[in-house]
Write a protein that binds this ligand. Structure first.
Ligand code: AMP
Ligand code: DBH
Length: 540
């Protein structure tokens, strides 16, 4: 086991094996099996390119050989920051063959996040596109390499001074690593609530189990066509059932060049897409676009919406607009995923965020003292199960707070449960902003702002927003010479913070409201900005 990872206690591991959750399968075997059984079927479509299962397996083998020659070996961590491209799959499966661990960065991450991932994970390599969405990722690589000159930088496209990924596809070798199903397969990212994102170690056993159950619940089979719209490195489009669940079931993944209706609608028609996954703001955008576009979307059977709370009003519009089923998905990269079932009554699909996918998921809803609340009451959601981690990577101190002694993960979500076991997300007690599915740890951004010489103190809270659900607002107490909001935003950009984390609004103030204990009251700050937006009070 990789050091810095907590495993399941033996009695639980035995239980999950005995009950057939963990079947001892690895990602290497999964792809090889599909390649043997249905090698000619298309696994991935991207633009004009179609890649069969046999081809994908073959490419992964060749790339593994090239990566091995670069010196990448079992247990090594590799920061992978690729958009929705075929190479993402080849890189992942090549690393799995070597027993090396992808660390899944998102395309929107910038130097602040990338340098931290490389350093914290002690990465030996960083894999990037040359440019994506108008941004040159090689500039990030140069920064990361300044901090660690041994870092291997591998680039798709124009590699400049770095290694070109295309040159690494060489004749496969026999001596690939022995990968066990109980090994860590990769490190996912948490949205973070205290400071920086935590890294989430997921094993082959636990993740493949979540794919199998997700594919079953979403009725994915060989004829399914999953459109990948959201960034595929994120846990939701990666696994719920996402691209990997689709490959698990032998279906076909279609990569969308972007999330807009004008990218996605023609692809749905042309490729006969049966299922896709959106976050709420995108679902709203698609709902608004549909009446003004003339595409045949009748192949679409399921539209998943998750990552942030989808309002019942919007949920109600999905079937009339798309003529397909809505599925709400409430999940987390740490594990637990809840789905509404495809055959659930409409009222459940519209008004709840689903129920746990596995009967082995244990759910507790508790009060401040960890006592179970009455059924129907709102409380803190705790969970434990066959695909929920028992600890973050190298985070002993944080783990002591984020997990109970019995190994339940404290999700930081406030939920209630309906009489028939469905979960309704009611709020959050973690210091995080959920900006349309993109999570922002307030403390991380606060720390960056505190580094500005004119900032005395800062507190970041969410403000509600019709489109994104929430946006971020930074309250700043400045020193003598007050900076402007524009200067502060530019300062954060220059520090290499991902754009989605830069506060949407900055309010200057002389003092913060306090709780009776003397802590900054974020609740009161949320109220202040909410009142201000509703024109009820004026801040000076
Ligand atoms: P992370 O732990 O960074 O993977 O983010 C997972 C978090 O996203 C959950 O703990 C929730 O706070 C939030 N989330 C995900 N899906 C939903 C949903 N359908 N409704 C409300 N919140 C959600
Ligand atoms: O928000 C999430 O992290 C998320 C949402 C839906 C997730 O990780 C998932 C499904 O698997």
């Amino acid at each position: 086991m990789l050091t810095g990872c907590s495993s399941w206690p033996k009695d639980y591991a035995d239980l999950y094996k005995r009950e057939g959750c963990w079947k001892g399968e690895t990602f290497v075997e999964m792809l090889r099996d599909r390649a043997e059984k249905q090698g000619d079927r298309i696994a991935i479509t991207s633009g004009d390119r179609n890649v069969s299962y046999a081809e994908l397996d073959n490419k992964a083998g060749r790339l593994a050989a090239g990566l091995q020659e670069l010196g990448i070996k079992q247990m090594d961590r590799v920061v992978v920051q690729l958009p929705n491209v075929i190479e993402f799959f080849e890189v992942c499966f090549a690393l799995f063959r070597l027993g090396a661990l992808p660390v899944f960065a998102l395309p929107s991450h910038r130097s602040s996040e990338i340098n931290y991932f490389c350093e914290f994970a002690e990465a030996v390599a960083y894999i990037i596109p040359d440019k994506h969405a108008g941004f040159d990722h090689r500039t990030l690589a140069r920064g990361a390499k300044d901090k660690n000159e041994k870092l291997n930088v591998i680039v798709t496209g124009d590699a400049e001074e770095f290694v070109n990924l295309a040159d690494l596809y060489i004749d496969p070798k026999k001596n690939e690593a022995k990968v066990a199903s109980s090994d860590i397969a990769f490190l996912q990212l948490s949205g973070g609530s205290t400071g920086l994102s935590k890294l989430i170690p997921r094993t082959h056993d636990d993740y493949i189990y979540s794919l199998r159950v997700s594919a079953e619940i979403c009725q994915i089979d060989k004829d399914s066509v999953y459109l990948a719209v959201l960034p595929i490195a994120h846990n939701y489009p990666l696994s719920s059932p996402g691209i990997l669940g689709t490959l698990y079931a032998g279906g076909r993944v279609v990569l969308s060049p972007g999330p807009s209706p004008d990218d996605a609608f023609p692809l749905i028609e042309k490729q006969g897409v049966t299922i896709t996954a959106l976050v709420p703001p995108l679902a709203l955008r698609w709902l608004d676009a549909i009446s003004t576009r003339d595409y045949d979307l009748s192949s679409l059977q399921v539209l998943q919406v998750g990552g942030a709370k989808f309002s019942a009003e919007a949920a109600r519009r999905v079937y009339p607009a798309f003529g397909c089923k809505l599925q709400q998905v409430f999940g987390m990269a740490e594990g637990l995923v809840n789905y509404t079932r495809l055959n659930d009554p409409e009222e459940i699909i519209i008004n709840t965020q689903g129920r746990p996918m596995s009967k082995y998921d244990e759910i507790r809803i508790v009060d401040e003292e960890d006592r179970d609340v009455e059924q129907g009451e709102v409380g803190h959601l705790l969970t434990r199960g066959p695909y929920t981690i028992r600890g973050y990577y190298k985070a002993e101190e944080h783990n002591a707070k984020a997990f109970t002694e019995e190994g339940f993960y404290r999700t930081g979500d406030l939920v209630s449960m309906t009489a028939n076991g469905y979960i309704v997300v009611e709020g959050r007690d973690k210091d995080q902003i959920n900006r349309g599915g993109e999570k922002i740890a307030a403390e991380e951004v606060e720390n960056h702002l505190l580094a500005h010489e004119a900032v005395h103190d800062v507190a970041i809270v969410s403000m509600s927003d019709d489109y994104l659900g929430e946006r971020s607002c930074a309250f700043v107490i400045s020193r003598q010479k007050a900076p402007t909001a524009k200067e502060l935003k530019q300062f954060l950009k220059e520090r290499g913070l991902a754009a989605f984390k830069i506060p949407d609004r900055i309010e200057f103030t002389d003092s913060f409201p306090k709780t009776p204990l003397g802590k900054v009251s974020k609740k009161a700050l949320r109220q202040i900005i909410s009142d201000k937006l509703n024109n009820r009070i004026t801040l000076k």
